[in-house]
Design a protein around this ligand. Structure first.
Ligand code: GLC
Ligand code: CA
Length: 566
């Protein structure tokens, strides 16, 4: 093992030391009783975020949008969605965050726009320079130009009767892909980015950013692939050039953080972006660890989903720690607005709800990288049960179910209900649970989406009143991370790789060594790592009372999670 680097040799920056909190505005807090979360609602909760201790807020899209995909279909990049408030409200939020030394990063959605964006409206009329702002192709109305599939189900092409041509959309038909080959598109996007940076934001989360470069000729994809066409449009030929150009012409002039969302990216491909001068991205959301419970055909497999082994998770996470976090930097997350609730997926949302939610928190906040907490995780919010297709809102889940029905793979929703109840994006989008008041204190009106019934037990008010709550555990972990550089910058080393219940590792920086022992199971087990000297171990945090003082000498109980200083 190499010698851990002394602190003064580690390349430090504020975004490496930060803990990020992700807000899905529609479901966070409604200030005016129309049932839809909004920006003044977030501003009301800035003190709440400050008390939790987070440093950065990532705000999912708040731009003007017809909401085919809840804001990821942008009609006007420089305007705020009416339902969410005004630009003045947004400025007030930015000021409120900055006044508390928190920063704000915005979602940058530039793989596609809404169909209602002015650029698309003009493009379909072949209006001047806008003619080639999107991917238009000739062809008869019943024969798409290639076989690519939409990530949301169905073909990636729709026919436009106005222009009498097909246009490409990797996502919903209301989200046409921008043609990044066109320098005018890049120029407009860069101007928009600078416009937001000038307003004082602190960076971007870049949506689906590995898809922006499509190859010449748009060749057919492998028809047997999980997502047909993916091998062509993911990490396309000019991707690094485009990202570097965006960086050089915009971000390079500001002190920002950037995180690129990249679905279907290997660890090697991820590393390619992080090499200095190859994208300007600080870190990436790569999803390798979240494939651990996929079935044979990916997340939407009809069988074989939902099972996972801890040893597999350890192997994948350790590779990312060694090859991304140690070499460059890594983003740490298990959940977001597109994913099920983490305690339902990786913990036990019934018997060991509290213990397992705290264990997962301990894991996320003690790895090397920048942790991202998705709203409600700090409460241990859980998945919900959907009984019928009508109860769902998410365009992707609905699209996928329809695709399966149309392909004859299933006859009805019933057949995929369990799968949907395991992985739908809707689970993350139920309203934030603030109190045990009507509608969980989220709204005084009718919520746009039903509140999870368990809000009477799981809510902020109850969590703040309990000094041992999951919320308090998050708060303590964030405080520890702020106090101990070892938790941020320390070298990660996996212990006991083959242990089926324990995930244990050390973090080392200079003279300081921290040991994390997580019993990621519902049965007791022992820690036996002979080469680790634990006789003087000091417990920094635990999710049980009276945890083993010396980890070698006592059993770890179900989901017991202990952080030691050695
Ligand atoms: C990203 C977003 C997701 C959205 C999609 C299309 O994956 O996280 O919510 O639907 O991109 O913009
Ligand atoms: Ca509202």
């Amino acid at each position: 093992m190499s010698q851990p680097a002394p602190l003064e040799q580690v390349d430090k920056s504020w975004w490496k030391e930060a803990v990020v909190y992700q807000i899905y505005p529609r479901s966070f807090n409604d200030s005016n009783g129309d049932g839809v979360g909004d920006i003044p609602g977030i501003t009301e909760k800035v003190d709440y975020l400050d008390e939790l201790g987070v440093d950065v807020v990532w705000l999912c899209p708040v731009y003007d949008s017809p909401n085919a995909d809840n804001g990821y279909d942008i009609r006007d990049y420089r305007a705020i969605m009416d339902e969410f408030g005004t630009m003045a409200d947004w400025e007030e939020l930015l000021d409120a965050l900055h006044a508390r030394d928190m920063r704000l990063i915005m979602d940058l959605v530039v793989n596609h726009t809404s169909k209602e964006h002015e650029w698309f409206q003009r493009s379909r009329q072949r209006d001047g320079k806008y003619e080639d702002y999107y991917y238009w192709r000739d062809g008869s109305p019943d024969e798409p130009p290639n076989n690519w599939e939409s990530i949301f189900g169905g073909p990636a092409w729709s026919y436009d009767d106005d222009r009498e041509q097909w246009y490409l959309h990797l996502f919903d038909e209301n989200q046409p892909d921008l043609n990044w080959r066109n320098p005018d598109v890049r120029k407009d996007v860069k101007e928009m980015i600078t416009w937001w940076l000038e307003k004082g934001i602190d960076g971007f989360r870049m949506d689906a950013i590995n898809f922006i470069s499509k190859p010449e000729g748009l060749p057919d994809g492998d028809p047997d692939a999980q997502l047909v066409g993916h091998e062509h449009y993911a990490h396309g030929p000019h991707i690094h050039e485009y990202l570097q150009e965006v960086y050089d012409d915009t971000l390079a002039n500001y002190d920002t953080m950037t995180v690129g969302e990249m679905g279907g990216t290997s660890i090697e491909q991820t590393a390619e972006y992080l090499i200095e001068g190859n994208s300007g991205l600080d870190m990436i959301f790569q999803f390798n660890h979240l494939a651990v419970d996929d079935g044979p055909n990916g997340p939407w497999s009809l069988d074989g989903w939902g099972e996972w082994n801890l040893t597999d998770l350890k192997e994948i996470v350790t590779r990312a720690q060694d090859e991304l976090a140690a070499e460059f930097w890594e983003s740490l997350f298990l959940g977001n607005h597109d994913l099920p609730r983490i305690v339902s997926r990786f913990g036990d949302d019934e018997v060991y709800h509290e213990e397992s939610a705290k264990l997962i928190a301990t894991f996320l906040l003690t790895l090397r990288g920048t942790p991202y907490i998705y709203q409600g995780e700090e409460l241990g919010m859980t998945n919900v049960e959907f009984d019928t297709l009508d109860e769902l809102d998410d365009v992707m889940t609905i699209g996928k179910v329809k695709e399966l029905i149309e392909a004859g793979e299933i006859d009805s929703f019933e057949e995929v209900r369990d799968l949907v109840n395991y992985l739908s994006r809707d689970h993350a989008r139920t309203p934030m649970q603030w109190s045990n008041d009507f509608h969980a204190g989220f709204t005084e009106g009718e919520p746009w989406f039903d509140v999870n019934e368990n809000y009477r037990d799981i809510n902020v008010e109850a969590a703040l009143a309990d000094e041992n709550s999951i919320w308090r555990h998050y708060q303590s972990l964030i405080t520890l991370r702020h106090e101990m550089d070892t938790l941020v910058y320390g070298e990660y080393e996996l212990l006991l790789p083959d242990h089926e219940q324990l995930y244990a590792y050390t973090r080392t920086l200079g003279d300081e060594e921290v040991l994390v022992v997580l019993n990621w199971s519902d049965a007791p087990t022992t820690f036996d790592a002979a080469d680790i000297e634990t006789s003087e171990a000091e417990i920094l945090l635990s999710n049980y009372e009276e945890s083993p003082q010396n980890p070698h000498q006592q059993e770890f109980r179900p989901y017991e999670a202990v952080l030691y200083r050695l």
